[in-house]
Design a protein around this ligand. Structure first.
Ligand SMILES: [Zn+2]
Length: 303
């Protein structure tokens, strides 16, 4: 499942092609994805200029001039593919552009939505949404995306300096759930997923089993811990975005090499391996919390 850094990577890949460009035509090759396409889906997109391509948590937001905002979610296996041509003749796949795309996006059977795009300079591109498992979706928001019911309740973004120790303390204060579960709660922090929570807790040296609210305790120690945790959350997300998003078997680079990111997680999917924290000597364990795998080192994630 794509996590926030992958979605941000997709956004950055699409942005140069979409922003400022016009949607000449749209094809929807089936009536639905996870949800039916909204009413007048094609009509409301056709001819519109895309003013901005944003992101909120794991939602992409395509802002249309004088029209609705198209909210896109990649679901479990969704991806976009960009093909660009100088003339109206579309190239074959060997001429694909776009740094990242889903391995299975090569199968045209799963090409569900095709945007025919014309740049302000007249260059034509085809942007295809491919989704084998069809958990992705596209919906319209009539107002600002944050007012849409899907996005209205989302918590703070795990990127940027807004997420600091004090904000974490205010979010987690009084919560009895394990720290791992609280950090996965999208109403508190939006877009932080299973992989990066495990990574952040390891970096901060905190136990995933700890009661979440204790991070807001008075005293120097808890303050250091929540500052370290906020820093670790921002850093794991920033590092992953910088590296072009984690790939986890699903996202591939155009040269076909499988995502490098699966080799660079410190704890995720590393059960039984030695902990890589200097001088630790412990091993990574896998436990299950709320039905999800948690990877951690009980030797250095004590507190
Ligand atoms: Zn360790």
């Amino acid at each position: 499942m794509p996590e926030l850094p992958e979605v941000e990577t997709v956004r950055r890949g699409l942005q140069p092609v979409l922003e400022g460009a016009r949607i000449a035509r749209v094809e929807a090759r089936r009536p639905d994805l996870r949800f039916p396409f909204p009413e007048k889906f094609l009509e409301r997109l056709t001819g519109k200029t895309i003013t901005a391509l944003g992101r909120r948590a794991k939602y992409l937001t395509m802002h249309l001039k004088g029209g609705p905002v198209l909210i896109c979610h990649l679901g479990m296996s969704g991806s976009f593919r960009i093909e660009t041509s100088d003339d109206s003749e579309m190239p074959d796949s060997s001429e694909m552009l776009g740094a990242f795309f889903h391995e299975r996006s090569k199968s045209a059977v799963h090409d569900h939505v095709v945007f025919h795009i014309v740049s302000p300079e007249g260059a034509r591109s085809r942007v295809t949404f491919n989704d084998p498992r069809r958990f992705g979706f596209m919906l319209f928001s009539e107002g600002a995306p944050d007012t849409h019911p899907m996005l209205a309740g989302l918590g703070v973004e795990p990127t940027g300096n807004a997420l600091d120790g004090e904000l974490l303390a205010s979010l987690l204060k009084g919560r009895k759930s394990p720290l791992k579960a609280a950090l996965l709660d999208q109403r508190l922090i939006a877009g932080l997923g299973n992989i990066y929570v495990s990574e952040a807790l390891w970096r901060a040296g905190l136990s995933p089993l700890r009661e979440a609210g204790t991070i807001a305790n008075p005293g120097k120690k808890a303050k250091q811990q929540r500052d370290a945790l906020a820093e670790a959350i921002r850093a794991v997300i920033a590092d992953a975005i910088a590296a072009g998003g984690s790939s986890l078997r699903d996202y591939m680079q155009t040269d076909g090499s499988l995502g490098y990111f699966q080799h660079s997680f410190a704890v995720y999917d590393r059960e039984g391996e030695p902990c890589s924290k200097h001088g630790c000597g412990g091993h990574i364990e896998r436990i299950v919390q709320s039905g999800r795998s948690t990877f951690y080192c009980r030797t250095c994630q004590l507190s």
